[in-house]
Ligand binder design. Structure first.
Ligand SMILES: Oc1cc(-c2ccc(F)cc2)cc2nccnc12
Ligand SMILES: [Mg+2]
Length: 214
């Protein structure tokens, strides 16, 4: 079952990665998923595109939708300036439990807040619960049918500012057609597609980077 799989991924991190070294945690997960068991991390190829967007934006406040095992959370956090913070939402409690341990192994607990529950319920509470004004970067990597409603919710809750970057995983595989249509046709976004491959495979996938114009 899924929980046993993610547990083996955690053990691979604890066995092969150096405690307190985020990049070795990322490497250990990629090696495990390439050699042993595929898992739905953003992966090393799309991960390099993620790294370049994070480095370009240099965000202070990041929202990640879909933590899973914390691979992209660790990848992003390892590139953030000292005071920067990531809030990452995960619906599945088993995944959240694993992610917290992966994040702890990387030594990044101080930068990352893992929040359990439905994104649709937590987004309207971001300001009051976490003192967030607006997000500088949002990484969408959760259920594909939540990308569009959650983006509209972020707009309606005033959590996006002129220049906020939305970066969306899996816009080709599994695919998020309604989200793509929205960000590519709305006058409120400037959108750009980064062609890549589905993690650890040769199938096409890509990331969509969209700037909120206010
Ligand atoms: O990166 C991803 C890949 C897949 C996925 C699963 C099965 C396939 F066959 C192909 C792709 C699902 C995902 N769900 C949530 C967040 N990210 C995902
Ligand atoms: Mg994904």
């Amino acid at each position: 079952n899924y929980y046993r799989d993610v547990n083996r991924l955690l053990h691979a991190v604890q066995k092969n990665a150096t405690k307190g070294d985020p990049r070795s945690v990322v490497k250990a997960i990629d090696n495990f998923c390439r050699q042993k068991e595929w898992a739905m991390n953003v992966g090393d190829e799309k991960g390099c595109i993620l790294d370049s967007v994070v480095s370009e934006v240099n965000p202070v406040t990041v929202l990640e939708l879909g933590t899973y095992c914390g691979y992209s959370t660790v990848r992003i956090a390892s590139l953030l300036p000292p005071r920067a913070k990531i809030i990452t939402l995960e619906f599945n409690p088993d995944y959240a439990k694993i992610a917290r341990q992966v994040i702890a192994w990387a030594g990044l607990e101080d930068k990352i807040q893992v929040v359990e529950g439905p994104s649709g319920e937590w987004i309207p509470k971001m300001k009051e619960q976490f003192g967030v004004k607006t997000f500088d970067l949002v990484f969408l990597d959760h259920w594909k049918d939540r990308y569009l409603p959650d983006t509209k919710l972020l707009e309606d809750c005033g959590l996006l500012r002129k220049g906020t970057i939305l970066l969306a995983d899996n816009v080709i595989c599994p695919g998020t057609p309604d989200y793509l249509e929205y960000v590519r046709n709305s006058p409120r976004y400037k959108s750009q597609y980064f062609k890549s491959h589905l993690e650890y495979t040769k199938a096409e996938d890509g990331l969509e980077k969209s700037v909120f114009l206010g």
